[in-house]
Design a protein around this ligand. Structure first.
Ligand code: 5GP
Length: 126
């Protein structure tokens, strides 16, 4: 079943500049900005500018150029925030939530980059 994209979601409004954001990096295909409710000292959201609901939608329907650009932006930001281990950083975590079980709140594909403190175990035991 094809995905239906809701263009009234909050990230679509950010992309249309209807609401402000704290931009960290922007390219032709990708926007990265600070999360409004940070879970750690560094918490950045990276979104494609295209209308993709979640990661599997993006991975299936985005162009090679969009996917390459998105991946490069995520990687670049790990250096910008000095979290990349090969640059002397202490590391980071990437998270992309999808659907009900992934507890995705905003239905526009996004990657969380979280860093700046030790983050603990990835998933709490059920
Ligand atoms: P999800 O649960 O969908 O993976 O994460 C959505 C994220 O978007 C949350 O971490 C939440 O804090 C963030 N968020 C929601 N509304 C806004 C907003 O208006 N601006 C920014 N910068 N982040 C937002």
């Amino acid at each position: 079943m094809p995905y239906e994209y809701d263009d009234q979601n909050i990230f679509a409004k950010i992309l249309r500049c209807e609401i402000p954001n704290d931009t960290v990096m922007e390219t032709d295909f990708t926007l990265a900005f600070r999360d409004i409710t940070p879970a750690a000292p560094e918490h950045i959201l990276v979104i494609p500018k295209g209308s993709y609901v979640n990661y599997d939608h993006f991975a299936t329907d985005a162009t090679d150029a969009e996917i390459l650009d998105f991946t490069r932006v995520v990687g670049a930001i790990t250096h910008t925030i000095k979290a990349a281990p090969n640059g002397g950083g202490n590391g980071y975590r990437l998270i992309t939530n999808a659907g009900h079980d992934g507890v995705q709140d905003v239905p526009h594909m996004h990657m969380h980059i979280i860093a700046g403190r030790r983050l603990g175990r990835m998933i709490q035991p059920a």
